[in-house]
Design a protein around this ligand. Structure first.
Ligand code: SF4
Ligand code: SF4
Length: 284
């Protein structure tokens, strides 16, 4: 029996008690966000850090088996990059299949930009993937065209407004389909001063109408060698205001720890022992 209350990211009460692990099986990405430097992990659910080890689905099972022995309170297995899970759908789906069959009690979670998740939603529901995060930064393509350099879909590149419109359409389709499949959906939005920060209330309103369950606003980290490197990171007062604004429409997530694509442990307390096990598994 999967106990969904044990998800530390979605249930505050579970935060200090249950651990989650991200399996870094998805190195490629299908979009280019202006806040992303691919030398770092995906900011979908990450803070900048050193490049992760990449695991194959088989190595993931070896890693999880070793990790569970050290971390019996492990309740959630997520896939969040370091690229996008559905820019690497074979690796992502095979990993989820193998985890579900070897660890039937685990809560499964994925985090994506939403561009290419739709074809996989039926199987995600069959595999009892219960929690999905979609990073969506606005409902206005004119804002979104400032956020993305390119979008690659079905082997074709899209730029400017065309890329922004395509990505948004696919994200909205994905959210609708995920909700029809009974999956809990969290929206992530990166707060980018001067770009989308005055539109996040409207975004929360639109997402609540689509049935999104909660929203996590993540302050931009201006990363070197990106088009947004000169922007200023929004301060805590600004973030508080934004969370209040979105809180009128959706429960804001207040205890997110911006986890790396290879995070493991209690939220905010990543385990160094897990990193060693991950490195070992990557050598097998
Ligand atoms: Fe899922 Fe995000 Fe929590 Fe990872 S950090 S387990 S992807 S909600
Ligand atoms: Fe980077 Fe993630 Fe954006 Fe892809 S979706 S470009 S990995 S931040």
């Amino acid at each position: 029996m999967i106990d969904f209350k044990k998800h530390p990211c979605f249930n505050k009460e579970a935060k200090g008690q249950y651990a989650r692990v991200h399996l870094p099986v998805a190195p490629k990405c299908n979009i280019s966000c202006n806040y992303c430097n691919r030398k770092f992990d995906c900011v979908n659910e990450s803070r900048p850090g050193v490049t992760s080890n990449i695991l194959s689905p088989e190595q993931s099972i070896i890693y999880l088996t070793a990790l569970q022995k050290k971390m019996p309170q492990l309740s959630v297995v997520g896939i969040a990059g370091p690229g996008d899970p559905f820019a690497n759908p074979e690796e992502t789906m095979e990993t989820l299949r193998q985890v579900r069959s070897n660890f039937p009690e685990m809560i499964l979670c994925v985090s994506s930009n939403g561009l290419n998740i739709a074809p996989y939603i039926n199987e995600l529901a069959t595999l009892k993937v219960s929690h999905v995060t979609i990073t969506i930064n606005s409902l206005d393509p004119k804002i979104l065209e400032k956020v993305y350099r390119w979008v690659r879909y079905e082997k074709k590149g899209y730029f400017g407004l065309a890329g922004a419109e395509l990505l948004l359409r696919k994200q909205l389709e994905a959210i609708t389909k995920l909700k029809s499949a009974g999956i809990t959906v969290k929206a992530n939005a990166i707060v980018i001063p001067g770009i989308n920060d005055t539109h996040l209330g409207a975004l929360a309103k639109g997402l609540s109408e689509l049935g999104v369950d909660l929203m996590n606003t993540i302050p931009l980290i201006p990363v070197e060698e990106t088009p947004f490197s000169d922007l200023t990171e929004p301060g805590s007062a600004h973030m508080k205001e934004i969370r209040k604004e979105i809180g009128a429409f959706l429960p804001p997530m207040t205890h997110c720890s911006r986890c790396r694509a290879d995070a493991a442990g209690l939220l905010g307390k990543d385990s160094t022992e897990a990193m060693e096990l991950l490195t070992e598994a990557a050598k097998v």
